[in-house]
Design a protein around this ligand. Structure first.
Ligand SMILES: *Cc1c(COP(=O)(O)O)cnc(C)c1O
Length: 462
């Protein structure tokens, strides 16, 4: 039996100990992430180029590769206090079940109505939109976590919130839709006839159930065609990783309280925002040569951007209206098979994490859906919390690393991000419980076909 009193089961910070500034890991990167390019001119996009689409202060944060700490405005800090600090939990029961000498900790971000870490950036983005005097914001949502978080943030600051929700999710996830509407958002199934791009797609593909890429294109058009509106995005962008650094700063402060240094830090990777946020302060130490950590990104085998993608410039959306970003990508044309970790089905990856991975500062691995749900089930039964399928990718690899420690007898300290809860993912759990879950892994040929369609120009990366 392990003693359960080495550290408290939950390590909390007091309000006083909560971070007062976000940490911008780009400041410590020697090789900065590549700039966004204008798809027409192939020139780096500056402040003025981005202004029609994004909020001014958020563009400044997006382009700022130098300032290490950016103060969190007080209204955002006050909002954070309603659901933060989030607990850092020692997984004593999971360790015991696995019989591992490893020490496992997880940072739990599911303690708010949106059920995920996405609220950390949503509230910041809504705040800056309000500061600028805008009427509202537009966005897209796939599985629905981002749309939910943004609708909460917008209602708090009394901003209009227009969400384009991929039609298949709109129809199959009515509960998320109703949470958004309860917070006052208007939710439109995409493709819709409210935009030119939506009408064009509907004409070309009558009966289509939509895609994330199409919903992005509609949301961008809606923002640029209405006076007083801007477009906001819940992952991938530098500004989002900056806001999410609150996760890593709190984690580090809690570990430091007990003099604990992690050996391995693990997070799931969709567009990279939770992983980037969790690892930022640790990566900073690594980049400055002060400490070393093993950092592992976990992605679905069905959508393997890091492990099988190319590091190159590509479109961020299927409609090709957004800027070009240099990132690990499977091609903006890539449609992942309908796996159940909706939040991890993005063809690209954060430019910051892409550069760090390319430079060898972190590892990546991919896992298959059934083994992810096995890990989710074990975790739920030991630790109580029903994890989101996305988060369960990190659980899978944390368990695998803990089992390796059992073999070698090493007492490693493992920290992973538990990004959210799985209450809206019960159709996926039902499939798993019925033994009907399958794993689809794209063939090399399929990946080659979508990568072949990425834009080619001198300096595109490959
Ligand atoms: C959106 C989401 C993710 C993936 O997004 P990242 O930007 O890669 O963090 C992971 N977990 C949950 C619960 C999500 O909602």
């Amino acid at each position: 039996m392990k003693q359960h009193n080495e550290v408290p089961y939950k390590i909390y910070l007091t309000e006083e100990e909560m971070p007062k500034a976000w940490y911008n890991v780009r400041a410590d990167m020697k090789n900065k992430p590549a700039p966004l390019l204008n798809p027409g001119t192939l020139q780096p996009m500056g402040f003025e180029d981005l202004r029609p689409v994004f909020c001014d202060e958020l563009i400044r944060q997006e382009l700022d590769n130098e300032t290490p700490y950016i103060e969190i405005p007080e209204p955002i800090r006050d909002f954070y206090k309603m659901y933060r600090p989030s607990p850092l939990v020692r997984a004593y029961f999971l360790e015991e079940k696995l019989g591992t000498p490893a020490k496992i900790y997880y940072k739990f971000e599911g303690n708010n109505t949106s059920g995920s870490h996405k609220l950390n950036s949503a509230i910041a983005q809504a705040y800056y939109a309000k500061q600028q005097g805008l009427k509202g914001v537009t966005t897209e949502t796939g599985a629905g976590q981002w749309g939910t978080a943004l609708s909460m943030a917008c209602s708090f600051f009394d901003l209009d919130c227009q969400v384009y929700m991929v039609k298949v999710s709109y129809e199959q996830k009515p509960f998320r839709r109703e949470v958004m509407r309860t917070y006052g958002a208007s939710v439109t199934p995409s493709p819709s006839n409210t935009t030119n791009v939506g009408r064009r797609i509907l004409e070309a593909h009558p009966g289509t159930t939509g895609s994330l890429g199409c919903a992005i294109s509609e949301a961008v058009e809606a923002a640029t065609s209405q006076e007083g509106y801007r477009y906001v995005l819940g992952s991938v962008l530098n500004q989002v990783l900056l806001h999410q650094s609150i996760i890593g700063l709190e984690t580090k402060a809690a570990l430091d309280k007990y003099g604990i240094k992690p050996d391995i830090i693990i997070g799931c990777a969709g567009g990279g925002s939770n992983l980037g946020g969790l690892i930022s302060p640790f990566m900073g130490e690594k980049l400055r040569g002060e400490q070393d950590y093993r950092i592992i990104a976990v992605e679905p085998a069905s959508c393997p951007s890091f492990t099988r993608g190319q590091y190159r410039y590509d479109f961020c959306d299927t409609g090709m209206v957004c800027p070009l970003a240099k990132m690990y990508t499977l091609g903006s044309d890539f449609i992942p098979s309908p796996n159940h970790a909706g939040g991890l089905r993005y063809h690209g990856m954060s430019s910051i994490l892409s550069q760090l991975y390319y430079d060898g500062y972190m590892e990546a691995t991919s896992v298959e859906q059934t083994s992810v749900f096995e890990a989710a089930e074990l975790f739920a039964r030991c630790e109580g919390t029903l994890p989101a399928p996305e988060s369960s990718h990190a659980i899978r690899v944390a368990i695998d690393e803990a089992l390796k420690c059992k073999e070698t007898g090493e007492e490693k300290t493992i920290v992973f991000g538990l990004t959210g809860t799985g209450y809206f993912d019960l159709v996926a759990y039902e499939k798993y419980n019925n033994g009907e879950m399958s794993d689809y892994i794209p063939t090399d040929e399929e990946l080659r076909r979508s990568l072949d369609k990425t834009p080619k120009f001198p300096g595109c990366g490959v």
